[in-house]
Design a protein around this ligand. Structure first.
Ligand code: IPE
Length: 247
């Protein structure tokens, strides 16, 4: 299971702009790892960056605050589909059998709170079994009592990783790992309290909680998770340690 952070693959401070070089490098690493057999089954989830987050915050939509405005839903979902299409194109250009799975069409948040999702596990599992690389993304999600809220890529990673029995989980972003107060990579995290003070909020618009939320969600997994930057992607895909191990 691999999450490509929105901050990595988009210019987070420029509206709806890809970071083409970073996206190409990430797609190269994925294609190489699949081509030489380092990875045989892979699910990719990507974040929103300057596509989804901007649209969501314009409409006051977050993982807990929903909207009942269909135009707002269309804007958030449309921006994420545009980004998803760009990721898919670049993966398929490199012969990765990537296919889209759009959470808005398939998922629901029953209680209107984070951490409780009905997910498209069946479609993702079947696609995986048929040799595809499913590519999901942060999206709008039908939410009882709220209309449509945001489901973050990190929430999807956590739920899919447990539901599909992922062996390893990687979260690739623009930072080389989870950083301590001095800006150094923390090699391993096994409890939230131990690192809570060092985890500030993301400085660009992030409607789904930044690094603290990511670590909290990854700690809940059975599988080891790794948080790393672009340089860690190939090592992670090859089964090596990369960045911060969250376990
Ligand atoms: C957010 O997904 C998706 C939307 C705002 C619709 P993430 O929260 O996973 O995105 P990044 O990786 O932080 O950009």
């Amino acid at each position: 299971m691999l999450k490509l952070g929105g901050s990595l693959i988009t210019e987070k401070d420029r509206p709806e702009t890809l970071d083409d070089d970073a996206l190409a490098a990430a797609c190269d690493a994925v294609a190489d790892a699949l081509a030489d057999g380092a990875v045989d089954r892979l699910v990719v989830v990507h974040g929103g960056g300057s596509f989804g987050h901007r649209r969501a915050s314009e409409h006051g939509v977050s993982t807990s605050e929903g909207t009942r405005d269909p135009a707002a839903v269309a804007e958030v979902h449309g921006a994420m589909k545009t980004l998803n299409g760009a990721v898919l194109d670049r993966l398929r250009d490199r012969d990765v059998p990537a296919v889209p799975v759009h959470p808005l069409s398939l998922s629901a948040r029953p209680e209107g709170v984070e951490g409780d999702l009905d997910l498209p596990l069946g479609s993702t599992a079947t696609l995986l079994g048929e040799g595809f690389v499913p590519v999901l993304h942060g999206d709008g999600v039908a939410t009882a009592g709220e209309g449509v809220t945001v489901v973050s890529g990190d929430e999807l990673v956590v739920e899919l990783a447990s539901g599909l029995g992922a062996r390893r989980v990687g979260v690739c972003s623009t930072v080389p790992g989870v950083l301590d107060d001095d800006g150094d990579v923390i090699p391993a995290i096994d409890s939230f309290e131990a690192v809570a003070d060092a985890l500030g909020a993301s400085d660009a618009t992030d409607v789904s909680g930044g690094m603290a939320a990511k670590v909290r969600e990854l700690l809940a997994l059975d599988a080891p998770a790794y948080v790393f930057g672009a340089d860690g992607l190939s090592p992670f895909l090859r089964g090596e340690d990369a960045g911060t191990r969250v376990d």
